[in-house]
Design a protein around this ligand. Sequence first.
Ligand SMILES: [Zn+2]
Length: 111
Amino acid sequence: MPKTKKVGPTRGLGTRYGSTVRKRYVKVVTELKKPHRCSQCGFVRVRRVSVGVWKCSKCEFTFAGGAYTPVTKLGTVAKRAAKSAQAAIDERQMTTAEATPAESANEESND
Ligand SMILES: [Zn+2]
């Protein structure tokens, strides 16, 4: 009796692991397999090279992202935190640079 061959990411898994887990697996794998938009050139050519490593086949741009998606919610938060931390460092360097000539000016004005 000929059975129609099943297609999709869960082929080969059969009836194992439970339907809920298989559905979640399908959701993740379809997201991971489909090409994503490149933040560098805008083309939808980004594919996953390895876990968390994404590469654009158009402009060769390789970057670190999520394990299953190029951009994650947590990654966006982390990027924002890193940006504000860098801004704080820049601000501190600017204030120290301003403080140095001010100190020498004070010495000159001593009576
Ligand atoms: Zn690109």
